[in-house]
Design a protein around this ligand. Structure first.
Ligand SMILES: NC(=O)c1ccc[n+]([C@@H]2O[C@H](COP(=O)([O-])OP(=O)(O)OC[C@H]3O[C@@H](n4cnc5c(N)ncnc54)[C@H](OP(=O)(O)O)[C@@H]3O)[C@@H](O)[C@H]2O)c1
Length: 298
């Protein structure tokens, strides 16, 4: 299948590219720079770059309409300007979906599990939490509504920590907060949990959802349902060699900055239905083991 992939040069996108190529798919990857274009084209002759930005809606429509499927992994991770990044994501998603109306082509929207209601184990049947502070919740709902407009749209909700070599996500950010502040913090009693998934398991899941997923469905990209943040803080404390401390919830923003919203969200998530439907089983290292072996402070 010829697949248009946004975010093809990213942390998850680059693992997904290799997964697609080794399964015989052809890829057109969105690339906003010469560097990203060469990076993705060096993977295989069956990968071609389409130069453009997530704000270039005509380019996105072209990439989508000239391919047999779309996987939208691109996102501008500027947490100081998060609302604007989410609006760019919404417009990009809608532009691609509009160009696919009536074609029944597969489209995968990527989201995070933070759009789900916290405080209980969420599953694939859960729709996004209406009170979610995450603005990508509404975009997921909009995307899934294109099932009724002739697009075979699916959503993958990824754990807040997708880990592996080259991770620049939340664990490295917590590590640098620990280095700078001289303490590795967790909120309250530390029993708030985060799900996690290794990026190679995530990449395989994306391929299976592309090949076998069903229209209008959300799949959970989760290998570990919930790891106590206290355990993550403990490990970071050992690696960075700083004391591990409880941070009162009222001080979370002061200590964690933009991460406060993530470290105060108790969000266990199951992927049982995803695993059963797709015959997918996570195979890689768990988060704590991966961090212990492979992560070092910057
Ligand atoms: N990593 C995680 O822990 C995690 C957890 C939950 C959800 N997610 C979601 O999974 C998706 C992929 O994440 P990731 O970790 O792979 O992200 P990433 O490493 O930051 O990669 C982002 C991708 O988007 C591209 N991009 C950024 N701004 C762009 C722009 N203005 N125009 C065109 N392309 C642009 C980047 O291109 P360049 O290479 O040129 O910069 C890169 O290919 C995102 O939706 C993310 O929010 C990730």
């Amino acid at each position: 299948m010829k697949v248009f992939v946004t975010g093809a040069s990213g942390f998850i996108g680059s693992a997904f590219l290799s997964e697609l190529v080794s399964s015989g798919h052809e890829v057109v990857g969105l690339a906003r720079s010469e560097e990203s274009a060469s990076k993705i084209e060096s993977v295989s002759p069956s990968v071609k770059a389409l130069r453009g930005d997530l704000k270039d809606l005509d380019i996105l429509k072209r990439g989508a309409s000239e391919s047999e499927a779309v996987v939208h992994l691109g996102f501008i991770h500027d947490f100081t300007n998060y609302a604007q990044c989410c609006e760019i994501d919404r417009q990009a998603t809608v532009a691609m979906l509009e160009s696919l109306k009536g074609t029944n082509k597969p489209f995968i929207y990527t989201n995070g599990t933070l759009v789900l209601r916290p405080g209980k184990v969420a599953n694939e049947k859960d729709t996004v939490d209406e009170s979610s502070k995450c603005l990508r919740a509404a975009t997921e709902e909009t995307a899934l509504s294109y099932k009724d407009k002739g697009v075979s749209v699916r959503c993958i909700r990824l754990a807040p920590s997708v880990h592996g070599k080259g991770d620049k996500g939340f664990v490295p950010v917590l590590m640098s907060i620990a280095e700078i502040s001289g303490k590795s913090g967790y909120v309250g009693d530390g029993q708030i949990v985060w799900p996690a998934i290794h990026r190679s398991d995530a990449a395989r899941l994306f391929r299976l959802v592309l090949e076998k997923g069903r229209a209008g469905k959300a799949y959970n990209g989760i290998a570990e349902q919930g790891i106590p943040l206290k355990d993550i803080a403990q490990l970071i404390g050992e690696i960075v060699n700083v004391p591990v401390v409880s941070i009162p919830e009222d001080d979370a923003e002061k200590h964690f900055g933009f991460m406060a919203v993530f470290v105060t969200n108790d969000g266990p998530v199951s992927s049982e239905a995803t695993q059963e439907e797709l015959g997918w089983k996570p195979q890689q290292l768990g988060l704590l083991e991966d961090v212990r072996i492979n992560y070092r402070p910057t």
